[in-house]
Structure formats: structure tokens, C-alpha cells
Design a protein around this ligand. Structure first.
Ligand SMILES: *Cc1c(COP(=O)(O)O)cnc(C)c1O
Length: 456
């Protein structure tokens, strides 16, 4: 526990120094009212901790591919950083695959999932040799046609839904009885169908499951993995050989949104799995994991200037430049996706002083655009800064273009070797010209010159 606490303290210290340096160096200032910051030291540490966690429980020589769920932080430099730290990529769209390729992740370190792959996507993945997990019987039919036309270099698998139920958040639970993902294993006849599907396809060598993202307790995650392991054993027994040679256990390790501490850790999850599903780690199966949130969330903060501090109806409100455009889930479903907020002064130093209950609002034009409501924080004043913490995954990388608010710049930070903080651009701030271009700027007269039906 002691080292978890000191790790959390160091992470908070690095962040505090980075916010101060971002203000000093002008990444945040009059012309940049909001920015995303990523802790490179922390990301490297999480990648190393994930690898160590599974190394500690797997038989020596077991092939293990940790594939970062690109969905969580779809930024090329982040995917490259993780790749260099020994982490591959899990992609679920043509865009995510393009990002992984741009980051230099090789095909044999890439896994393609997604419930809606087109024939073209499948063909490309197979041509590249990327691992594919089919979602359903129709997709297996498409793979039959593609595999029939030549030997597949790609490891191919099937996603199953063990239907073990939801975690705390329905919208991100994927192993519910009626989830849209994978083959629903407990539906009538489904299990027998899956075994037959493998028996007929000797090239089907993987099984995949993913129970959900955030809100899934460790015992439920472990149950999903246990179910897919039992199915692999059943298939291999039925076909009389070790056809299923790799099990992809998905991601979904939840992140602690209530405090700085990392809990649960990757190590704790690996130990639970080793305890509940020991056969998975004895060296007979290769492993793929697909963690996203747990690798990135706590290493990102979105920092915004307080433009105005006001009050209405007795409630104090800090109007900032971070709202729905950088924290859409929190703004629309605040009870499910609470954000920790840290207060900084105008120079970017941690704000002290007596706390006051206040709202932290965003810049968008609707009342619900709040990062936090009724939160006790040092009283925020005009020119101060707020940081929305744990937004390194599913946060500021997921821009939502409400009010044509521009995508903020994203910067990675690390010690500069001389006691200061060095920054690197991860993503440039979006310019207004780009906002216009993405909003049909090149087609300004398209509608006024479109002829009405029947006109000549
Ligand atoms: C979203 C997703 C992940 C990553 O989930 P996290 O909660 O970010 O770890 C992994 N695999 C699949 C198939 C997903 O859809």
C-alpha cells in the first residue's frame, strides 16, 4: 500500500509542476484557455506495471500481447509511446487502424475488433496479417470466403459474450444477456454452434471476450475470462487437438475516479485471474489483453482557465473553458462519470485557502455544461485554472464539437533533466480555419445554388 500511495503522490506532484510550467511556458494563457496534458513518465510506468503484472503469473515463455485499446486515447504519439514500451494496439475502426499504423505498430502486434467490420476492412486486415476477432456468424461467413482464397497469415478468432451480466454502468457493459457484441453463448444452441464452427474451421485459433469498460468489478471480469477459458477447453476437447491456442481476455480494468490512488492495479487483476483461472496461465495458451482506460486515464488532465467567477441564486459558478467538448460523458451523465477537479491559481500553483461549494461550468451554451456541481474547492476566481483529472482516456482525446468549440492542444510532459518540465506537442490546437473547413467551409454556396426539384 505504501508504494501505491507514494506513486500517487509523485504523479500528483508531477502534474502540479506541469500545470505551473504550462502556464509559465504559455501553453495555457490568453490565447490558449484550455489544454490537455499527458504525463509521459506515468504512462511508461503503467505500461511497465501491466507487463510485470502478467509476467508474474504466466509460465515462462508464454506469448503475451498487451494490445492498447486505441479507442481510449486515439492519439498517434501515445500509441507510439506505448508501442516502444512493449504494448501493441487493439483497433476497432478503419481510423483506429490507420492511427496504429501511423504510430508504427506492426501487424503482428495489432488486433482488429469491432462489431461492424466491412468486407473491405476484413480483406485489408487479412492482407496485412492483423489478428481479427469475428463478431458473429455472418462475419465468420465473410472470413470463410476470404480464407478460402488463400492461406491466412492473420490469427483469427471469435468474440463470445458469456452473458454474465452488467457492471455498474449499463452503457459500457458488454456481457449482458442482450449485448450487441459477440456470439451470445447462453442463447439456445449457441454453445454447440460455436464448437461446430471451430470444428469446421481449423484456422479459427483464438477466442475473445471483453466484459465491459469501467464499472465492472474484478470478480465479474474474472468470471468472463473463466467462461471463455472453459469454452476453449471444450472446443479443444471436441476437436481432439489444441486448436484454440490463444485467448484474448479484453480490457475493462476500472479506474478509481474518487482519489489519486491506482486501484485496482493491473497486478491485483492478474493475481485474481491466476487464482480463478489457473489453467489459463500454465503455458498452454497464448494471451492477448486489451486494456485502455487503466493504462491512460490517470495520466491525463485537461486544464482550463476560469474566465469568470459569478454567482446565481446563491450558487457560486466558475465559468471555465473546459466543458462538454472535452468531457462529454461527464456533462451528459454526471452521476455515472464524476470527475475529480483540482484548483490552481492564475500562475498555475495549487490553489489553497478556504473551500467553498461551487459549480465548475464549461463554455457551452446549455445549462447542463458542468464539469462538477456543488463541489467544495478553494474558491475559484477569475484568472485561476481548474484541472479535470483522470481524463487521459475517454476524455479530452474524444472531442465533441458542440458550439464549434475548437479541439484543444494536447501536450506530453516529462522532466527536462534540469529540474524543470519539458513539453512535446501531441496534438496541435485546432485553428478556427480548420473549424470552418470541417464545417463545410469549402461548400459555402452549395445549398443556395442547389436547384429546387422541378426548376430548370
Ligand atoms: C473498449 C474496449 C476495450 C478497452 O476497454 P478499457 O475499459 O478501456 O480497458 C478493450 N476491448 C474491446 C473489445 C473494447 O471494446
Amino acid at each position: 500500500m505504501a508504494d501505491i500511495d507514494s506513486e500517487a503522490r509523485e504523479r500528483a506532484d508531477r502534474r502540479d509542476r506541469a500545470v505551473r510550467a504550462a502556464v509559465e511556458q504559455g501553453l495555457l494563457g490568453p490565447h490558449a484557455a484550455v489544454a490537455g496534458l499527458l504525463d509521459v513518465t506515468g504512462i511508461r510506468a503503467s505500461a511497465a506495471a501491466l507487463r510485470a503484472a502478467f509476467d508474474a503469473v504466466t509460465a515462462p515463455g508464454t506469448p503475451v500481447l498487451h494490445a492498447f485499446a486505441v479507442k481510449a486515447t486515439p492519439l498517434v504519439p501515445v500509441v507510439r509511446l506505448l508501442h516502444e514500451a512493449g504494448i501493441g494496439a487493439e483497433v476497432a475502426s478503419p481510423g483506429e487502424l490507420a492511427l496504429a499504423r501511423a504510430a508504427g505498430v506492426p501487424p503482428d502486434r495489432t488486433v482488429l475488433d469491432s462489431p461492424a467490420k466491412t468486407p473491405a476492412e476484413l480483406r485489408e486486415a487479412l492482407a496485412l496479417g492483423i489478428a481479427v476477432n469475428a463478431d458473429n456468424p455472418q462475419e465468420l461467413d465473410r472470413l470463410d470466403a476470404l480464407v478460402g482464397s488463400g492461406p491466412a497469415r492473420s490469427p483469427l478468432g471469435l468474440r463470445v459474450n458469456p452473458q454474465i451480466g452488467a457492471g455498474a454502468i449499463g452503457a459500457t457493459s458488454t456481457a449482458t444477456p442482450t449485448s450487441k457484441f459477440g456470439v451470445a453463448l447462453r442463447d439456445e444452441g449457441a454453445r454447440e454452434w460455436v464448437v461446430q464452427a471451430y470444428a469446421r474451421r481449423p484456422w479459427l485459433t483464438r477466442l475473445h471476450t471483453h466484459t465491459g469498460s469501467q464499472g465492472i468489478p474484478l470478480p465479474l471480469l474474472a468470471r468472463g475470462v473463466a467462461e471463455v477459458y472453459a469454452l476453449a477447453e471444450e472446443i479443444n476437447a471436441a476437436v481432439g487437438r489444441r486448436q484454440v491456442d490463444t485467448i484474448d481476455i479484453g480490457g475493462g480494468l476500472p479506474v478509481n475516479a474518487a482519489s489519486e490512488a491506482t486501484a485496482p492495479t493491473h497486478a491485483a487483476y492478474a493475481r485474481v485471474l491466476a487464482d480463478r483461472v489457473p489453467g489459463l496461465f500454465d503455458g498452454r495458451y497464448g494471451l492477448v489483453t486489451e486494456f485502455g482506460r487503466s493504462l491512460l486515464a490517470e495520466h491525463g488532465a485537461v486544464v482550463a482557465r476560469v474566465e469568470y467567477a459569478k454567482s446565481a441564486g446563491g450558487r457560486r459558478i466558475a465559468v471555465t473553458h473546459a466543458g462538454v467538448q472535452v468531457a462529454a460523458r461527464t456533462v451528459y451523465v454526471p452521476g455515472t462519470w464524476p470527475l475529480r477537479i483540482a484548483a490552481y491559481d492564475a500562475e498555475g500553483r495549487p490553489k489553497t485557502g478556504p473551500e467553498a461549494v461551487q459549480d465548475v461550468a464549461g463554455p457551452a451554451c446549455f445549462s447542463g455544461d458542468l464539469l462538477a456541481e456543488g463541489r467544495a474547492l478553494p474558491l475559484l476566481e477569475q484568472g485561476d485554472h481548474v484541472a479535470a483529472l483522470d481524463t487521459g482516456a475517454y476524455g479530452f482525446a474524444h472531442h465533441y464539437a458542440y458550439n464549434s468549440l475548437a479541439r484543444p492542444g494536447v501536450y506530453g510532459y516529462a522532466p527536462d533533466g534540469a529540474g524543470g518540465v519539458a513539453f512535446a506537442v501531441v496534438r496541435e490546437p485546432q485553428t478556427l480555419a480548420e473549424v470552418v473547413a470541417e464545417s463545410g467551409g469549402a461548400h459555402a454556396s452549395a445549398l443556395t445554388t442547389l436547384r429546387a426539384p422541378g426548376s430548370r
